[in-house]
Design a protein around this ligand. Structure first.
Ligand SMILES: [Zn+2]
Length: 237
């Protein structure tokens, strides 16, 4: 049996589309978990709704995406020794998170087989679980010495789509990192753009100019084709 829900009396409805950010609407109709109608109340089919939520004139916006988190498993954060951090972020409007590496797993393996196993386990775990209701895209291996091209192929075939932060893993040579990032990208695994100062002891700065190939540094999201010269010396966390 289908579920029909209505959110009405919305004061400001943001679309998430920069070209058309504010919608001329005060009502959202949701059927079986999918938004089927957005508009003014008088134009929406709200008959026989199972649930009507009065937004009381508040703003409704699409969920925020945090493009850089370091989950372990579930909501536990060993580094801070607390739990429910994902639920707390959800309360702040973050509905999707992207892992930049499961770096805080206690005893995180650094050998190739352990690196692969951890990444695949994290990807599987978060694809089946939604802690607090948030979607977490995880399974981001950190660069490890002795990883070979076939390891990236294997991970890609297993469903890995993200590379953890370059600069945290055991690889300290920029040229080695560059080669591994290239292997990852060849298989469809993306590496993350990153800004901010180093915050973890042992993390290191890798510069675009040193890499000799801009795709080898953190400025390597697919839609960022060139490393801006004015930000070419970014520290990695
Ligand atoms: Zn980080």
């Amino acid at each position: 049996m289908s579920k029909k829900r209505v959110i009405q009396n919305i004061g400001l409805l943001l679309s998430g589309d920069l070209q058309n950010p504010i919608l001329d609407a005060d009502t959202i109709l949701i059927e079986d978990g999918i938004i089927t109608q957005v508009g003014l109340l008088s134009n929406c089919d709200c008959e026989q709704a199972d649930l009507v939520i009065d937004a009381c004139g508040l703003t409704v916006a699409p969920g925020l995406i945090d493009g850089h988190v370091h989950p372990t498993f579930g909501e536990y954060s060993p580094r801070a020794n607390h739990s429910h951090w994902i639920s707390h972020c959800l309360q702040g409007g973050v509905t999707t998170m992207v892992s930049a590496g499961e770096v805080h797993v206690p005893g995180r393996p650094i050998d190739p087989i352990g690196t692969k196993a951890l990444a695949i386990a994290a990807q599987r775990s978060f694809s089946l679980a939604r802690p607090g209701g948030a979607k977490v895209i995880a399974g981001a291996p950190l660069l490890s010495e002795d990883l070979r091209r076939e390891d990236f192929v294997e991970m890609a075939q297993a469903g890995i789509r993200l590379l953890g932060e370059v600069g945290i893993g055991t690889v300290s040579d920029v040229k080695v990192a560059k080669q591994m990032v290239a292997w990852a990208r060849e298989t469809g695994i993306q590496s993350l753009t990153h800004t901010g100062g180093p915050s973890i002891p042992g993390s290191r700065l890798m510069q675009c100019d040193d890499s000799g190939n801009r795709s080898g540094c953190h400025w390597s999201y697919q839609w960022w084709p060139h490393c801006p010269s004015q930000t070419s010396n970014l520290p990695l966390v």
